[in-house]
Design a protein around this ligand. Sequence first.
Ligand code: ATP
Ligand SMILES: O=C(O)[C@@H](O)C(=O)CO
Length: 418
Amino acid sequence: MILGAIADDLTGATDLALMLTRGGMRVLQVVGVPHPDADFDDADAVIVSLKSRTIPAPEAQAMSVSAAKVLLAKGARQLLFKYCSTFDSTDEGNIGPVTDALLDLLGDTRTLACPAFPTNKRTVYKGHLFVGDVLLSDSPMRDHPLTPMRDGNLVRVLARQTNRPVSLIDHDIVRRGSEAVRESFASLEGIAIVDAISNEDLYEIGAASMDLRLITGGSGIAMGLPEAYHRRGLLALVPVEASLEAPAGRNAVLAGSCSAATRRQIEYGRAQGMPALKIEAAQITDGTFSVEAAADFAERETGALPPLIYSSADSETVRAVQQALGAEEAGELVERFMGELARTLARRGFTRFLIAGGETSGAVIRDLGVTTLQIGPEIDPGVPWTISTGSGPELALALKSGNFGADDFFVKAWERLK
Ligand SMILES: Nc1ncnc2c1ncn2[C@@H]1O[C@H](COP(=O)(O)OP(=O)(O)OP(=O)(O)O)[C@@H](O)[C@H]1O
Ligand SMILES: O=C(O)[C@@H](O)C(=O)CO
């Protein structure tokens, strides 16, 4: 193993896994802290996906450190802490606290922080994070239910989460290339936010990070790593698969994400004729709608496009549900429903699932008993097909971050499966 990565959510881990696979690495994704005796086969990179983005900081630190210890014991030369490209966190953490804990574990004092992912329109300039054409603090992330991002200046945001010095390596240095960035890293004490506005910047930063024990960022920060490892003679690059041999069986889309991109994908899918069933949270609580009924619907729909079952709703509807049930309870209620539904469908011969939403994907993976994922071809930037490997039945799974994917995602994704 060359790289050991810890991701703070499931779809974020898959996003990173895709980035490294595209670069030519053999990647294994593991769900939850791995057992110290886990067999990582011949993977060049192992990515541990946690659900630690919004849990109390001490718990996130403990989990991340446990995962890091296993990765280091298995020979990882470098660690990567993957968080969201929109820097999802609060003043309590968890980006700062987890970074601190990992540096302490390594006995190191310096690292970088860079959530830039230009392909998905996340760029960092003069320490400010932009989402598309607007500052993070003017984007819809401003009203995120758990991690509202109301400050676009990442130096300030991170400084509130750590006692270490937080500095900026700005674009004037990055555009001079990897040697200039490497010199900045060499004299660094604490954590440096690094500007990146293009893929070329990310390649230079990747090449410059070879001497850092810990790297932190979005999946973009991994863009330059495979090539840099290869140049150092550490890695033999392997070609990327264009399609995936998926198990025979039926297809289904389950969407629990209420993000704007997912809601557009639902609209598009319905307009193309996907048979769609909407679940209201109230119908789950009052028992007027059951998992069995939703599974019956999916089983009946045998047309060209797969059935779509979704709970996605606009922010006003979600707010009303959250007020009635409590935000956490409402989320868990729908997640449990989607998880049970996936398990029921798997029992009825469905083997290929497209799941929209990080939390929703986490619940589905848990209920399906999936423990490891092998990464297949890209559907859209940040979202690959994966195959569950482990002890359970083989499944093809596309786990989509809420805000990722083009409008036609639910329709075109299936073309990548053989
Ligand atoms: N109609 C609804 N009412 C209330 N809560 C809902 C409803 N539909 C979904 N939810 C909950 O909203 C949350 C959506 O989070 P999820 O992480 O799945 O999507 P996302 O935030 O769009 O994706 P990501 O985290 O990848 O950006 C889940 O906890 C889900 O159960
Ligand atoms: O970085 C991103 O935007 C995604 O991988 C993610 O973490 C969404 O939850």
